[in-house]
Write a protein that binds this ligand. Structure first.
Ligand SMILES: Nc1ncnc2c1ncn2[C@@H]1O[C@H](COP(=O)(O)OP(=O)(O)OP(=O)(O)O)[C@@H](O)[C@H]1O
Length: 294
């Protein structure tokens, strides 16, 4: 039987998602008081702080470090846990919660806290883009633009996300990419290129329905330009795990990917925008992160 963690360290991002985080310590106390488990809680004070806190938790021999927030918070916490023994836990309080949803962590807060008590570590892969880690999805093209514009909005949450997508779609111009997938060369004009470790962006929008966190492969999703008359069909297929059947999308599994785009520009890593060079290298590191799962 796998060993359940005894010592938990919670890292709360106060600005993730739309919900206040003030009552989270009380909710953790309510659920954990019936157990013998030890825990500590910290709130992040700035972007990047969660990685420092996670590294301290590793040094202080915690068994589990729980990211309380969305995929950006998970990215920061998990970065401090790569190759380490303590496992990542999640209380999903972000806007999209892609990795939590893939792992079937309950979205209801109390249930996600109870889930931590019942779960044990399993190993998953993580991916790197120009050596920066990501755990759920990364991408260039339209989804990178959305990551950038979304991060500049005053509000978060799904409705802000949807508004951003609709506004940006109207004026978006596709770029041409040279792509190498484990040595196989392709040149194509693309609406977006997504690199998926997990199956979804978040909010049950499945860009790579067949993706596995444990198969040692990245699902490379290459979307060709498509007519606006196909938008509804695309939306339907994204939400029903059928986008692999969308006429304008190719999905290929690969371990090492190289991209050359027309110019430098935004990419996103777990929804967080980063400005990068025109040349991108994406790779997978199998069995490199322990996560709490039932
Ligand atoms: N104390 C803080 N002050 C400001 N920004 C922070 C703080 N702590 C973390 N951040 C940043 O908050 C951003 C948003 O966090 P996160 O991605 O978890 O929420 P989200 O975008 O609402 O959810 P999702 O990624 O699921 O869509 C991240 O870029 C993270 O670096």
């Amino acid at each position: 039987m796998k060993q359940k963690p005894e010592r938990f360290f919670f890292i709360i991002n106060p600005i993730a998602g739309v919900r206040s985080k003030e009552d989270i310590p009380r909710k953790i106390k309510e659920v954990f008081s019936g157990s013998e488990k030890y825990y500590e809680i910290a709130f992040t004070k700035f972007k990047g702080h969660a990685t420092e806190l996670a590294q301290e938790a590793v040094n202080n021999n915690f068994d589990a470090v729980v990211a309380v927030g969305g995929d950006g918070t998970i990215n920061e916490v998990a970065t401090g846990l790569i190759g380490q023994t303590p496992a990542l836990g999640i209380i999903p309080l972000g806007s999209g919660n892609g990795l939590a949803r893939h792992l079937k962590v309950p979205i209801h807060i109390q249930n996600s806290i109870k889930y931590l008590l019942d779960s044990a570590p399993v190993s998953i892969d993580h991916c790197r883009l120009n050596n920066l880690p990501f755990f759920c999805t990364a991408g260039v093209g339209f989804d990178a633009l959305i990551g950038k514009v979304f991060s500049e909005q005053k509000t978060r949450g799904f409705s802000t996300y949807l508004k951003t997508v609709i506004t940006e779609y109207k004026s978006y111009k596709c770029e041409t990419y040279k792509i190498s997938l484990d040595g196989k060369e392709i040149e194509m004009e693309a609406f977006l290129l997504s690199f998926a470790n997990a199956s979804q962006y978040g909010n049950n929008v499945f860009i790579a329905p067949q993706a596995s966190l444990q198969d040692g492969y990245i699902d490379v999703c290459m979307m060709h330009p498509f007519p606006s008359s196909s938008l509804l069909n695309l939306g339907f297929k994204l939400f029903t795990k059928k986008v692999n059947k969308f006429h304008y999308l190719d999905i290929i599994k690969a371990k090492n990917i190289e991209i050359e785009r027309e110019s430098s520009g935004p990419v996103h890593l777990d929804g967080e925008p980063v400005y990068m060079d025109s040349r991108l290298k994406i790779s997978i590191v199998p069995n490199s992160l322990r996560v709490l799962s039932i």
